[in-house]
Design a protein around this ligand. Structure first.
Ligand code: PPS
Ligand code: MG
Ligand code: MG
Ligand code: MG
Length: 375
């Protein structure tokens, strides 16, 4: 499928994800300071949402800057942003300190916007501007038109624990994910990968942090290094692994048992002869690992009562597919991004593979394993 240029959209999305990733790096450093244990020292601020999942200053901060930049570049008329966070707890009277902390990180990040080729505000944003920017991302998407989809911090648990997380931004048009950008600030990238493609093996040194991106139909997915202070000059092409023998495959899955059925995936892997231990890693970094050839399979089987959200998958799906991989549900069907906030009609779980041969083998094995695991 050929997609219209979308050059401005892609450039804006990649640049704002770099900027957002730099915000996250700073907040995560603060969170790791000893005075931040319990989450409230040094502006780290970790809160619990109604479902007990964590949300931090970085989640709100990233949502605010992405929303503000998209509105600056594309205007607010017809701007639809579907994103994870809302302003409910931030706008409460008792949340003044929290809102102040969000405001600080947002304005600190936006003051650096020109280093990323983005416009910065004439004056620091006030609390109302920030609440407005976060609150604007309340679209529920749908089958028609253009929708930006944002997970400001995916894998917030990993983020809080000083581990892997991702900033994920995608553009959906008429139900199709056209662009995907993933900021992975803690992802280890082989140095030789930065000049020759990150799926090359060898004993080279490792640097930390990258931004990956892809445009639907281009047949290309790209990676840039995350620099501490600005936008990089170069990008390298990503290629998913060609390994199609499960015996040699690396399988990734969520860290938390509550988020995916580890017992089921272990049984499935065993039945297929997978030998390596599963790579358990937080966030959409699992899609990133497949896109750059560090892993071959990502499987997630959430509880049947859980409904997957589009912002947890959109960016990762297009990047994996353009790098040569395949992403479907367990029935082999494409994920459906047309039904609003949720991936409706998902059969059992999500299976992302680095190539079609391996994908076919896994899909073939899922049903047999599912039947026997339910006996
Ligand atoms: N019960 C349940 N089942 C399945 N999935 C859930 C569940 N609850 C939350 N979530 C979503 O999982 C997102 C984190 O996924 P991960 O793959 O990073 O999971 S894990 O933390 O490694 O276990 C996480 O994304 P973030 O909230 O952006 O971190 C959630 O959207
Ligand atoms: Mg998420
Ligand atoms: Mg999130
Ligand atoms: Mg969350």
């Amino acid at each position: 499928m050929e997609v219209e240029s979308l050059a401005r959209e892609m450039e804006t999305a990649v640049r704002v994800v770099h900027l957002a990733s730099s915000l996250c790096v700073k907040v995560q450093e603060k969170l790791r300071l000893p005075s931040s244990i319990n989450g409230n020292g040094n502006g780290g601020h970790v809160k619990s949402k109604d479902d007990d999942s964590p949300v931090t200053v970085a989640d709100w901060g990233v949502q605010a800057i992405v929303s503000w930049i998209l509105a600056e570049v594309f205007g607010t008329q017809n701007l639809s942003i579907v994103a994870e966070e809302d302003t409910d707890s931030l706008s409460k009277a008792e949340s003044l300190a929290l809102l102040g902390a969000v405001s600080n990180v947002v304005n600190e990040a936006l003051s650096e916007a020109t280093k990323y080729g983005l416009t910065k505000p004439d004056e620091p944003l006030g609390s109302d501007d920030i609440l407005k920017a976060i609150g604007r991302c309340n679209s529920t998407g749908g089958p028609k038109g253009r929708h930006w989809v944002l997970d400001p911090v995916d894998g917030t648990l990993g983020f809080v624990r000083g581990d892997q997380y991702a900033v994920a931004l995608a553009l959906i048009e008429d139900s199709e994910v056209l662009l995907g950008v993933l900021g992975c600030p803690n992802y280890p990238v082989k140095k030789e990968g930065l000049s020759n493609g990150c799926n090359q093996s060898g004993a080279g040194s490792v640097s930390k942090g990258c931004v990956m991106y892809a445009k639907r139909g281009s047949g290309q997915a790209w990676m840039q290094p995350l620099l501490p202070n600005g936008y990089p000059e170069s990008a390298t092409l990503l290629k998913a692994s060609t390994v199609d023998d499960p015996v040699l495959a690396t399988v990734c899955e969520p860290v938390e048992r509550a988020n995916s059925n580890h017992l089921f995936t272990a049984g499935l892997a065993n039945s297929m002869g997978v030998r390596k231990q599963p790579m358990r890693v937080y966030s959409m970094v699992k899609y990133a690992a497949i896109a750059c050839g560090d892993a071959e399979v990502f499987m997630k089987f959430a509880q049947s009562s859980y409904k997957e959200k589009i912002w947890d998958h959109a960016a990762g799906v297009v990047i994996v597919e353009e790098a040569g991989g395949v992403v479907t549900d367990a029935g082999g069907r494409k994920l459906n991004f047309s039904k609003g906030v949720y991936l409706e009609g998902l059969d059992k779980g999500i299976i992302a593979c680095s190539n079609t041969v391996l994908h076919d083998k896994i899909i073939g094995a899922v049903y047999a394993s599912w039947e026997s695991s339910s006996l």
